[in-house]
Design a protein around this ligand. Structure first.
Ligand code: AMP
Ligand code: MN
Ligand code: MN
Length: 339
């Protein structure tokens, strides 16, 4: 009974939030849509999908991201309209797929940002609710799924390009409906998008099964340095190795999602040395474990099974610090499970 009440409350709360988000958007004319740095398919797909519908509603949105959009995401219709500098005035900010303000890059420091309402649309467990309205649902598979709900609240018609953008977010964040947050609602959302003209084979081919050849070389170099200890599997990508392989993207080219497939691993980590000397860490956990709490301790965030953070260099120190905390956390998590 208690559970049922909670569910009703959540649904009521979500409806109220959707209404508040709708109100904010209705009173805006020039919204600024921004997504997180090192953008992925959900960041770009949810932003472009929402931007297209806002434009169809007669608004003049600007779409921006601090980092450039990787070539692998250029198949998302309208992703070429995303800018990295904002000159135009705006009367509302909509943050997408970002758990905190730091992940929004330089925009929170730009003039006018603090003077307009901020709508925060996200699904990270670790979201800091930094908006005036926080349309945040950690149960959602992706930010794109929440955007689809919002478009439902508008009664907005979906065209094939909007549907393709949003399906990219869902497919990317669920690794094509394979993560443990995939519910019948997620499949229903995907069904709606396919009926609106999105192609699942096309989206999954581009979003998951296509990468620069240099990324494959990067995997090779990183896999040759693989280590496993105390049920944690990890590897590092020093700057020099990244340069040798010719990989120009940020992050680990999704290697960490592959590492966690190792049967002996409860958690996986990949340490990537950035151009500025800081270390990006990608973390994954097997179901039943939680790496978001570890990422959060280092100022990062994410979901229980997929999280990340950025540590100061040098590489070996960052690695030692994070692995110590991760291993201790896993020991505690195992002990808790056994009680
Ligand atoms: P990734 O390993 O880049 O695919 O990221 C996995 C999850 O962790 C995603 O939900 C990211 O948004 C989140 N994440 C990755 N890096 C960070 C970071 N430095 N701060 C906060 N969240 C992060
Ligand atoms: Mn994302
Ligand atoms: Mn996401």
């Amino acid at each position: 009974m208690a559970k049922k009440n909670t569910t009703h409350e959540q649904v009521g709360q979500t409806r109220a939030l959707l209404k508040q988000a709708h109100q904010l958007i209705k009173s805006a004319q020039r919204p600024l849509l921004i997504c997180h740095i090192s953008p992925d398919g959900d960041a770009v797909g949810s932003m472009v999908g929402l931007g297209r519908v806002l434009r169809q509603m007669g608004l003049a949105p600007t779409l921006a991201c601090s980092d450039s959009i990787p070539d692998t995401l250029s198949f998302i219709p309208g992703s070429d309209e995303i800018v990295s500098q904002v000159d135009a005035p705006f009367d509302l900010v909509i943050a997408l797929d970002s758990s905190d303000m730091e992940r929004l890059g330089q925009f929170p420091k730009s003039p006018g940002f603090a003077d307009v309402p901020l709508l925060n649309i996200d699904h990270h467990l670790t979201n800091l609710n930094f908006g005036d309205v926080n349309l945040v649902d950690p149960q959602a598979s992706s930010t794109a799924e929440i955007v689809l709900r919002l478009l439902g609240a508008f009664g907005a018609p979906l065209d094939a390009d909007t549907a393709t953008a949003l399906l990219t977010g869902i497919v990317g964040d669920t690794r094509c409906f394979r993560t443990n947050n995939v519910s019948p609602q997620v499949l229903e959302a995907a069904l709606r998008l396919m009926k609106a003209g999105a192609s699942l084979p096309y989206v999954s081919l581009h979003a998951l099964d296509s990468r620069p050849t240099a990324a494959v070389r990067l995997w090779g170099a990183a896999l040759s340095q693989l280590q496993i200890e105390d049920h944690v599997i990890w590897t590092s990508i020093p700057l020099a190795v990244r340069q040798e392989t010719g990989y120009t993207g940020t992050g680990d080219a999704s290697l960490v999602s592959f590492l966690i497939s190792a049967e002996d691993a409860d958690a996986a980590a990949v340490f990537v040395e950035r151009d500025d000397g800081r270390i990006d860490v990608g973390l994954r956990a097997k179901p039943g474990f939680d790496v978001a709490q570890v990422a959060l301790q280092f100022g990062g965030g994410g979901h229980a099974l997929a999280a990340g953070c950025t540590l100061p260099g040098p590489l070996d120190e960052a690695q030692a610090r994070l692995l110590a905390v991760l291993k201790t956390s896993l020991v505690k998590q195992r002990a808790k499970r056994e009680t």
